[in-house]
Design a protein around this ligand. Sequence first.
Ligand code: ADP
Ligand code: MG
Ligand code: ZN
Length: 497
Amino acid sequence: MLFRPAPFVSKRRALAEQQSGLVRLLAFARSRARLIVADRPATTFADVAGVDEAKEELAEVVDFLKRPQKYSALGARMPKGLLMVGPPGTGKTLLARAVAGEAGVPFLSISGSEFVEMFVGVGAARVRDLFEQAKRNSPCIVFVDEIDAVGRHRGGSLGSGNDEREQTLNQILVEMDGFDTHTNVIVIAATNRPDVLDKALLRPGRFDRQVMLGLPDQKGRLAILQVHARGKPLAEEVDLDTVARQTPGFSGADLENLLNEAALLAARRDAFTVGRQDLAEAIDRVIAGPRRKSHIISVRERTITAYHEAGHALVAHALPHVDPVAKISIVSRGATGGYTRVLPTEDRNLFTRSEFKDNLAWALGGHAAEQRVFGEMSTGASNDIQRATQLARRMVTVYGMSERLGPVALAGSEESPYPAEYGEQREYSNEIAYLVDQEVRALLEEASQRAQAVLSERQAALTQIAELLIAQETLEGGQLQALLGDKGRPLPLAEAG
Ligand code: ADP
Ligand code: MG
Ligand code: ZN
């Protein structure tokens, strides 16, 4: 529940506004937009479930807000800005409020999208007001929701530049740059479009820390359902575990909505408890809702993704030069359908040719599994193929790892002053270019065959892992090791989509 007091208007500004009719019009526009909202949230970390990593990252921020002296005595500078990134309804606002709640400090918030419709100059003035108020209330949190609305990279569209947006963004940056070690204000911004953000926002001393929030997996969904089932009497027969299993692709907001719909349905029946049927019907309603349609992952897609990731994991596990698999998931994150992550056991700067070759094979493991099981390929492997191709090309042109070409650097060095857009700075003949292509192709072909070979020896394990993934969506490294046995020697941090 949000407590929303009247918008804050500073005295100086209030006086100024009385001075003319035009200013009164602006004041009207402002009050309508209710830009700044301030309160002291009662929300705590206990209200946010399934995002343990994010909470861990934010624990330090909470500690800082509680005891800023401890940090300033040590000369430590806390981050000024923190960017929460995640799809809608994954708890960005909730978590920002929980940070304030945990620390017991005021929470001032403002939404980027509301600036866009304002008169020129008003947005920047509002930002000044906001930060004035924040400094008076420090330590505190300033929350800028939907920062992408004002923080899109500048100068994108010539001529049609949105002055208001730019001025607002500039003012936010000016304010943050003006913080000193005693300001004790932390700005948390939220976005689901990190790709469009102006790079200036992400520079050190601005929003240089990011907290990623994804759609919850089955365990996460259960935890979120448990949070929102508080205060809703459930019938004996209800098993939230089953509900969690039936709701892949649901965000935290969808789950909250689901329990609320179920309670409404129970009330309509004049029942005293929420029954299994209410929940089943509520799931259908939420799925049919306008917001959800695009998210629903078909059974077919889940199956393909599960085999794809199982393929990566199996090949990674089987090859000696790949780190142990830490986690496999078919919960989508942004554009990718799932991911397989391996854990490095040490920092590495040097890589051998055999290590690269194992990495290529592992990267193509998903593609190989799809081919093997479905007899065809999906677009899900395109990112893997792109990355493998880049690595193979570097092996040939930068690291001199091709026998046919020998130890010669063919690409401009990696720190070439010419970015790719200026056209490749090629300093070799067409014949050599042809050879490079052939060598890259050969490396990829070999890697693909090695992946195929691993999978053909382990068909049963492939099916078993894929089915486990379909059932529980994520597998921890320990579970995989339990199934396949320990793996030999390890290597560098990597993740395959
Ligand atoms: P976002 O800001 O990412 O769009 P919100 O924080 O506004 O998402 O989430 C909307 C509502 O959904 C929250 O108020 C809460 O009821 C529910 N919710 C979302 N994520 C979670 C979560 N991780 N744990 C518990 N509830 C959640
Ligand atoms: Mg939000
Ligand atoms: Zn992949």
